[in-house]
Ligand binder design. Structure first.
Ligand SMILES: [Zn+2]
Length: 481
């Protein structure tokens, strides 16, 4: 019996505004507990919320980039539930009239493009945070996060596998980063995800019972939790059990999900209109202005680089895999019109540099002018590639132009015949056996001698010149003996 999997994702994005959604408190991560609070976000009697226009516009910006329709009339609702991190005992959210609806996001699936429909994206406020490490069995509460603007992006159940869910999330995050609407840092909770999954027998019309999974701190956890849940549900159905509709928690240490509570219905929240925020309509001018401010998104940027710079699909994918990398690429190419060389260097050297140090590309400071100069030095043969590698690292860490590093440290490539002659003579004298092997026709022995010359010059010798001159010296010696 074959089974089909249906997955839907709810992504919460904290919008990168200076202040909170409905009050003037700062929206910064990492301040002292409760330092960023006021009567509004603490829900004190008599306080009134005011919508933050920047939060609203970032929400519209994201909705438009996800091809959503913007709702004519914006209004907010109260979603009631009791929890100690929610001071008002309700969350200001949007219920039946979300800010935007009916969008889509295209993702690559097996060399094809799959369209994942976006059901809705609405604006709401975040809750505070409970701190359970206080000791003595007590928990403390920090309301700095209470009232921070959140955009909830809900997909239709169009995803058919945990891998597709992973791709969707990666793609969505990339777009959010291009839009600069959020820091998208899952460790700091500025990007969070809940997933729901159901399984049914192939060909069955109705969807299976939906299980929601919470506590997913990384995209890899989302994928692992969905894989686990998929197997658990198929095994249960095969043994004739029924799947309970419930919310489960992902336990990353044990790599399994466990029941948390039975799923609430919308009616459990007793939604009603937020009477303190008047409804308003969004003018076509506002939508037009926000739309005009949208940056070029990864998909079209990739297509443009393939068309105008003749990059391969693979290179263009990597270059556009972060906005920062793509910006750096374009700024460098503007100074040094060698797109392929620039792309190669960024992909091989910069990505490796960041990877080895576990850094995000955004955290690596590279000046386009420095990178352009480094590539010019390599292409002119002024420095060898091994030396360039070291100069690249030093140029990032010291922010000194590569030309200056090369001059100051005397790293220029040695192509001068007289300078190489002495080094080659020394290497020949010190490796009599290898020289004999070369004469006996062993190619690897010749390569070894080149390696020794490179080593003696700390990589500064021009390897082609070394090879030519070495061959010459060896044949002269043969001729002389
Ligand atoms: Zn406040």
């Amino acid at each position: 019996m074959n089974y089909e999997t249906t997955i839907g994702l709810e992504v919460h994005v904290q919008l990168a505004t200076r202040s909170k959604a409905f009050c003037g408190c700062a929206n910064n991560f990492g301040a002292a507990p409760n330092a960023q609070t006021c009567p509004v976000c603490l829900g004190l009697p008599g306080s009134l919320p005011v919508l933050n226009q920047a939060a609203f516009e970032l929400a519209v910006r994201t909705a438009l980039a996800l091809n959503c329709q913007i709702t004519d009339r914006i209004q907010f609702d109260r979603k009631h539930y009791f929890y100690p991190d929610l001071p008002k005992a309700f969350q200001i959210s949007q219920y039946d009239q979300p800010l935007s609806h009916d969008g889509h996001l295209d993702i690559p699936v097996q060399e094809q493009t799959k369209r994942v429909r976006i059901h809705r994206a609405h604006l709401e406020e975040d809750a505070g945070k409970l701190l359970h490490e206080a000791g003595d069995g007590a928990s403390l509460v920090d309301f700095n996060r209470a009232g921070v603007p959140l955009l909830e992006i809900v997909s239709e159940p169009d995803l058919a596998s945990p891998d597709e869910a992973f791709t969707y999330l990666t793609r969505l995050k990339l777009i959010l980063q291009y839009l600069e609407v959020s820091s998208c840092d899952m460790e700091k909770g500025t990007l969070r995800c809940d997933a729901n999954l159901s399984v049914r027998r192939q060909g069955e019309a109705a969807l299976g019972s939906k299980v929601e999974i919470k506590n997913l701190n990384s995209f890899r956890h989302v994928r692992a939790a969905l894989r686990y849940e998929q197997e658990r549900q198929v095994a249960a159905l095969q043994s004739g059990q029924r799947i309970a509709q419930e919310t489960r928690l992902w336990d990353a240490a044990l790599e399994r999900t466990r029941p948390m509570r039975s799923k609430e219905e919308a009616s459990d929240y007793r939604y009603f209109r937020e009477p303190d925020l008047v409804p308003f309509s969004v003018s076509p001018e506002t939508i037009g202005r926000v739309r005009e401010g949208l940056p070029e998104l990864p998909e079209s940027r990739k297509a443009r680089l393939m068309r105008d710079d003749r990059l391969s699909s693979y290179d263009a994918d990597l270059v556009t895999s972060s906005r920062r990398l793509a910006d750096l690429y374009e700024a460098t190419v503007a100074l040094h019109r060698q797109p392929k060389a620039v792309a190669n260097y960024l992909i091989s050297e910069l990505l490796a540099y960041a990877h080895v140090r576990s850094l995000e590309i955004e955290a690596v400071a590279v000046e386009p002018a420095h990178l352009a100069q480094l590539l010019q030095l390599i292409e002119a043969g002024a420095i060898s590639r091994p030396v360039a590698k070291n100069v690249f690292v030093e140029m990032i860490e010291s922010r000194v132009p590569p030309g200056e590093i090369v001059t100051r440290k005397g790293l220029g490539q040695i192509s001068d015949g007289a300078a190489l002659e002495g080094i080659i003579a020394q290497v020949i004298a010190a490796n009599a056996q290898t020289v004999a092997d070369v004469r006996a026709g062993k190619a690897s022995a010749f390569q070894f001698l080149i390696g020794q010359c490179m080593k003696a010059t700390q990589g500064k010798a021009n390897p082609q010149r070394v090879a030519e001159q070495l061959r010459q010296s060896l044949s002269q010696q043969t001729g002389g003996s």
